[in-house]
Design a protein around this ligand. Structure first.
Ligand SMILES: [Zn+2]
Length: 303
């Protein structure tokens, strides 16, 4: 009898302790801006894509870092993160010290999906990144920056922080909206300047204007999937921001947080052994592609 009463008291006490924790984790933290002074986090969405190595090379050449938010069904119709070329690009970013993070499976408006679909969108890209790199992302970005309570609850259940941004290239709508981040969602469906026809010159001018304002921090949105972005605008932005004295770091670094929930050996050892050809200087792409033949991708990896 006393045992039963004692056990009941212990269980009630544990439940009371657990309840506040569950409430705290109910919705994920949403980040609009960096918190570490004088940092810039350049973020690149919608890859991996063919221009990724060029973007990484521009960052490496400048001695800085960036963050890549990947999707599973990549930019080209029928594309897939699990193709050998895209696996190599993911590893190219990761092995050069860039942060990799989640941007969903197929880039939908998460706010229009059922909760099960939201969870599926998040879990499949997390699994892909974890399988390819061995690292489970601690950050995710909802496509179009669109989220609701269900999205935040799903992210919280995955122990992930939701990242939006406070600067993008959109000329016609707004250039810098750090002071009013909630308007991002009030505006409804959005897209960045590079996908709404802003010319490279306009996009570069927006960085000139940003540097002229000299905010304390910047969390910038770019897309690695546009040729002019990768080859003209991003290199310009890197030099412009670095020249202004900013520290260009990853999203995790600009927040003083950890980029991954854990880092372990990639599930495909073949992929690991192939990376040595990429991180050699100069990279040996011939050896890499000989190593990373389609048959070397595990059959369970598919989009
Ligand atoms: Zn996107």
């Amino acid at each position: 009898m006393f045992f039963v009463i004692g056990l009941t008291i212990i269980l009630v006490a544990l439940a009371c302790q657990a309840a506040p924790q569950q409430r705290r984790q109910q919705k994920a933290q949403v980040v609009y801006s960096c918190t570490v002074p004088n940092t810039v986090a350049l973020t690149f969405d919608d890859g991996p894509y063919i221009y990724l190595p060029d973007v990484v090379n521009a960052l490496v050449a400048a001695g800085v870092k960036g963050t890549f938010f990947f999707i599973l069904q990549v930019f080209d119709e029928g594309g897939c993160i699990y193709t050998p070329a895209m696996v190599s690009n993911v590893l190219y970013a990761y092995n050069h010290g860039m942060q990799v993070a989640s941007h969903t499976w197929s880039h939908p408006y998460l706010t229009s999906l059922s909760q099960d679909q939201v969870v599926s969108q998040m879990s499949q890209i997390d699994l892909a990144i974890e399988q390819i790199t061995g690292a489970l992302p601690a950050f995710m970005r909802p496509p179009y920056g669109a989220f609701n309570d269900g999205v935040l609850q799903a992210a919280a259940a995955r122990n992930q922080t939701v990242v939006v941004w406070d600067f993008e290239w959109v000329i016609v709508r707004t250039i810098y909206r750090k002071s009013e981040p909630l308007k991002i969602f009030a505006l409804g469906p959005t897209s960045s300047g590079d996908s709404t026809g802003a010319s490279p010159a306009q996009q570069m001018a927006s960085y000139d204007a940003l540097v002229a304002r000299r905010p304390n921090t910047v969390l910038s949105l770019e897309h690695e999937v546009y040729e002019t972005s990768a080859h003209e605008v991003i290199p310009y932005a890197i030099q412009k921001l670095k020249g202004a004295g900013y520290n260009l770091v990853t999203v995790a670094e600009c927040l003083g947080m950890q980029p991954y929930q854990f880092v372990s050996a990639p599930m495909a050892q073949q992929a690991v052994s192939c990376t040595k050809f990429l991180i050699s200087i100069p990279p040996s792409f011939t050896d890499f592609f000989n190593c990373m033949k389609p048959g070397n991708i595990p059959s369970t990896w598919h989009c």
